[in-house]
Write a protein that binds this ligand. Structure first.
Ligand SMILES: Cc1cc2nc3c(=O)[nH]c(=O)nc-3n(C[C@H](O)[C@H](O)[C@H](O)COP(=O)(O)OP(=O)(O)OC[C@H]3O[C@@H](n4cnc5c(N)ncnc54)[C@H](O)[C@@H]3O)c2cc1C
Length: 103
C-alpha cells in the first residue's frame, strides 16, 4: 500500500500551494485531485502576483504542479471517496487507485 507523510485531497490552488510548501521541507506528499474545482473552470485570474495581464486557472495549475513535482510531490488524478481515521493515521480510498495510508 502506498504511504505518505501527508495526503492532500484537492489539487486546486490551495492544495498545490500546500504541497509546494510541505514538499520543499522534504515531506513525502501525495496530492489526489479530481480536477473539477473552481481553478479548473476559471479562464482568467486577474489579481495574481506576477501576472499583470491575467493567467488562466489551467496554466496556473499546470505550473504549480510542475513546481511541486520538483520537490518530489506525487499527483494522482482520482477522486477520494472515503477517509478513515485510526488512532495514529488516516486511510484514503479512491475511485480508481489503491488505498493510501498517511503515516
Ligand atoms: C469563473 C471564476 C473566476 C475566478 N476568478 C478569480 C480571480 O480572478 N482571482 C482570484 O483570486 N480568484 C478567482 N476565482 C476563485 C478561485 O478560483 C478560487 O478561490 C480558488 O480556485 C480556490 O482554490 P481551492 O484550491 O480552494 O479550490 P479549487 O480550485 O476549487 O480546487 C479544489 C480541488 O479539489 C478537488 N477535489 C474536491 N473534492 C475532491 C475529492 N473528494 N477527491 C479528489 N479531489 C477533490 C477538485 O476537483 C478541485 O480540483 C475564480 C473562480 C471562478 C469560478
Amino acid at each position: 500500500m502506498k504511504q505518505a507523510d501527508c495526503i492532500i485531497i484537492g489539487g486546486g490552488i490551495a492544495g498545490i500551494q500546500a504541497a509546494i510548501q510541505l514538499g520543499r521541507y522534504k515531506h513525502g506528499i501525495i496530492v489526489i485531485d479530481s480536477a473539477q474545482g473552481r481553478s479548473s473552470i476559471a479562464k482568467a485570474y486577474h489579481n495574481i502576483l506576477g501576472w499583470p495581464d491575467g493567467v488562466s486557472g489551467k496554466q496556473l495549475r499546470a505550473l504549480g504542479r510542475q513546481h511541486a513535482e520538483k520537490f518530489g510531490v506525487e499527483f494522482l488524478d482520482d477522486t477520494v471517496t472515503s477517509l478513515e481515521k485510526s488512532r495514529t493515521s488516516f486511510l484514503s480510498k479512491q475511485k480508481m487507485t489503491g488505498n493510501i495510508k498517511q503515516k
